[in-house]
Write a protein that binds this ligand. Sequence first.
Ligand code: PLP
Length: 395
Amino acid sequence: MDEFIPLSVPNLKGNELKYLTDAVEAEWVSTGGAYIDRYELEFADYLNVESAVACQSGTAGLHLALILSGVEADHEVIVPTLTFIAAVNPVKYLHAYPVFMDCDDSLCMDMEKLKEFCQTECDFIDNKLINNSSGRHIKAVVVVHVFGNMADMSAVMDIAEKYNLKVIEDATEALGTFYTKGRYKDRYAGTIANIGVYSFNGNKIITTGGGGMMVSTDSDIMKRAKYLSSQAKDDAVNFIHNEVGYNYRMTNLQAALGVAQLEQLERFISTKKENYSIYKSSINDDEMGGFRIFDFRDDIRSNYWFYSLYIVNPDKYPRDKIIESLAKANIQTRPLWGLIHEQRPYLHDQTYKIEKAFEFYNRIINIPCSSNLSSDDVYRVIDKIKVIHNKGVEF
Ligand SMILES: *Cc1c(COP(=O)(O)O)cnc(C)c1O
């Protein structure tokens, strides 16, 4: 049997063990320590922002981001349906309501539909966007930069400005992606809106086992992020807390891994880009009509986190059969996430003209993309996909 090729796994061959050992030897293992400060500084430096606040997970960061955006019970938050559920669950933590938006061809939120929804389904009264069907105040939008692509930030920032909405960037999949032209040239995913959130879960482009980071264009928000994530402690000696806080800080052990991973981020992106190019040049309409590799926007430098194989004719090549055939060859792939508006906790929430998300759901498979994938591995995946393409899935 050929060796197993996983979809996306950690790559820990730099200074991880060294820094981790250092943190353990110093006996600084909890939510304080030099590596946390260092990771925050170096992370902010990489993104060209003033500061960053480390937290326990991307989900925790998104929860705080909503709180810091003023989202409260009975508010509404516009979210994508095509995403990982952690981008949406924090809306429910706050007893607010999601409104689900469709995606466009970038797999990110369809900004035309977002604009149309605000224009035709809502009223703008007293500087508040009110959803006509529910009567509730829409407070914020969560945009997700899916698979390392970039949502159309120019469009969403204009809409948000017009309707007084806060924008939260879920950049958990897009660390390292930035605009190469246009209004936000050289700005990284996560650094454009009010608040951006990153994740260092095991399958992300860099990992700390679990962990996250928050950035903001507003330094007061960053101060509050740190405060709320550290139990809202106003007096460390007498334990005075003037607000309800959270235990959401990252540990020094996680941060030690993070510092080592960040040193390698650009190299990981280069490798991912090279492997993406091999896939892209081998799986196209000339070589394998009906299969192709999805593009990233052409005005960005992507981090190439996840690669998407697009199946033009899912009747001829059913998604799950392809996944099964590849699994038999010891190659791990996966379908898109189940759409969030179809998940049980969200069945009663509002949706707006969801069409494309269904189409992509049946036609996209994520194929191996780890930063330690060799070009031989990539060719093995391509050869297998070629066999499936030529013989059909029932070979
Ligand atoms: C990974 C991910 C998250 C959550 O990050 P965690 O660190 O695992 O909590 C949120 N949103 C999206 C789109 C993700 O891919």
